[in-house]
Design a protein around this ligand. Structure first.
Ligand code: ATP
Ligand code: MG
Length: 269
């Protein structure tokens, strides 16, 4: 893990606020007390599929308490890091394909929304291999690329999946020129609109792998922070080393060791 630790050390030494978020006591969000009833906007209702959810190990269909506990620990750590820096968005990325980025993004978003004072947007930013909608069993007409290409308005691609405090922006159509989309002015407007939403929301971006394209590098500055997913038995040390330079340019707030076999009380984490 020394490469990861080194990358994190370098990255945290360079950490700097990137959003124009005005500090207003996010730290107080991490509390057991329920928030006063807050009016949040209603989004389009979208059904999910419980069987698909369970098959994909999405937290909503997981009964293993150790798994739920692992995600709660992750969410609280993320909330602390965001609050400490007055940040509000976190991109979930990794070095190569299949390390568990999308599952981590979905389950982190769900765990965050379980926290009574935290509102969440979950956004599928892997515009070439979008999985958020399919892992949740959503069958919807519009997604993020439709908004980015002007085929729909933002309200038409933000969905309420029946989980309190969570809104999901999946992607339906594959974008060939994904990094151009991610750096487009319309994408900037999209991030700004999510950032301006009231009540304030944590924004979780499901990102593609660092080494598959320039998407993460291109979008990187638009996310306040990044979480790196590494998969036990999958992520090679050499691959991590190849990503060192890229990681040093981002505010990496932590590393998630996915599929860890170290904890015997859970088959997954
Ligand atoms: N901790 C886990 N326990 C069980 N299954 C897992 C775990 N993490 C990931 N998986 C499974 O591994 C597969 C790949 O996971 P996922 O799609 O989240 O990876 P990814 O890094 O987003 O992949 P890609 O690079 O293609 O976007 C999925 O079938 C997912 O359900
Ligand atoms: Mg993915």
């Amino acid at each position: 893990m020394s490469v990861i630790e080194d990358a994190l050390r370098k990255s945290s030494a360079q950490q700097r606020p990137r959003s124009n978020f005005v500090a207003s006591g996010w730290g107080s969000r991490v509390t057991a007390a329920p928030a006063p009833e807050v009016q949040s906007r209603h989004f389009r209702a979208a059904a999910t599929d419980p069987e698909i959810i369970e098959r994909n190990h999405v937290l909503l269909g997981v009964s293993d308490v150790a798994v739920a506990r692992a995600y709660k620990i992750l969410r609280t750590r993320v909330l602390h890091r965001l609050a400490a820096n007055s940040w509000r968005s976190v991109g979930i990325t990794g070095t190569t394909v299949g390390e568990g980025k999308s599952l981590t993004a979905i389950n982190l978003a769900l765990a965050l929304a379980q926290e009574v004072n935290t509102w969440v947007f979950l956004v599928d930013l892997d515009l070439q291999r979008s999985q958020v909608g399919s892992y949740l069993g959503m069958n919807v007409d519009f997604g993020l690329t439709d908004y980015l290409t002007g085929q729909c308005e933002l309200d038409q691609c933000v969905y309420d999946i029946g989980v309190r405090r969570l809104a999901v922006i999946p992607n339906v159509r594959r974008a060939e020129n994904s990094s151009e989309f991610l750096t487009s002015p319309r994408m900037g407007e999209f991030v700004q609109t999510l950032t301006d939403e009231s009540p304030r929301r944590v924004i979780v971006f499901d990102m593609p792998p660092l080494l598959a394209s320039d998407d993460v590098l291109a979008f990187g500055p638009r996310a306040d922070s990044h979480l790196l997913v590494v998969s036990q038995g999958h992520t090679a040390r050499r691959t991590m080393a190849n990503c060192k330079e890229m990681l040093a340019e981002m505010n990496v707030i932590g590393v998630v060791l996915n599929r860890s076999t170290e904890h015997n009380d859970s088959p997954y984490y």
